[in-house]
Design a protein around this ligand. Structure first.
Ligand SMILES: [Zn+2]
Length: 183
């Protein structure tokens, strides 16, 4: 079975905190407010992953009044979410991610963020797509009050994934696509 998941998160800027996105520390005069490290991108990604397998959201897995999660590195939470998917016998196919912020400029960090997420989810960098956009000075992100992030993921049941990979290795999928392209 194939499934998709969607996640959204936002956090307010806080000048006394460091900024983390995708587990990467970003040079910025503002960090984000939150109970954990407030990694808005990982939070949106985790909600998408949990949503894809019908496992609720990060709030129910990691309550923000639990002292255990105070200032926690969100990569640790991502590892827990990865285990949840594994326990449901799903593997991640791809992730498409967007951060909305007027500043700082995130383009220079794109590869670092992609590689950090790929490494932590044991995926290839090509399976992760990261985009950054501004909100054209509109709304709370436009007024530089905070940042938002969106994530879409697709996941595949492990047995189906292994079957497809086996077919691919044997060249069966190439034969099939050739056959249909010929028609
Ligand atoms: Zn969050």
């Amino acid at each position: 079975m194939f499934k998709v998941g969607f996640g959204y998160d936002s956090h307010r800027f806080d000048k006394d905190r460091k900024l983390f996105l995708g587990g990467v520390e970003i040079e910025s005069e503002y960090g984000l407010q939150g109970h954990s490290d407030a990694d808005v991108l990982l939070h949106a990604l985790m909600d998408a992953l949990l949503g894809s397998v019908g496992s609720g959201d990060i709030g129910s897995h990691f309550p923000d009044n639990d002292p255990e999660y105070k200032d926690i590195n969100s990569l640790k939470l991502l590892a827990e979410v990865k285990k949840e998917l594994e326990s449901k016998n799903f593997v991640i196919n791809n992730c498409d991610l967007v951060v909305v912020a007027e500043k700082p400029k995130l383009k220079p960090y794109r590869d670092k963020i992609v590689n950090s997420i790929a490494k932590n989810l044991e995926l290839e960098a090509e399976d992760i797509n990261f985009k950054a956009t501004t909100n054209e000075k509109m709304g709370f992100t436009g007024r530089r009050e905070g940042m938002a992030a969106y994530a879409v993921v697709s996941v595949v049941e492990k047995s189906l994934w292994q079957f497809l990979k086996k077919l691919n290795r044997k060249g069966v999928l190439d034969d099939v696509s050739k056959k249909y392209n010929d028609k």
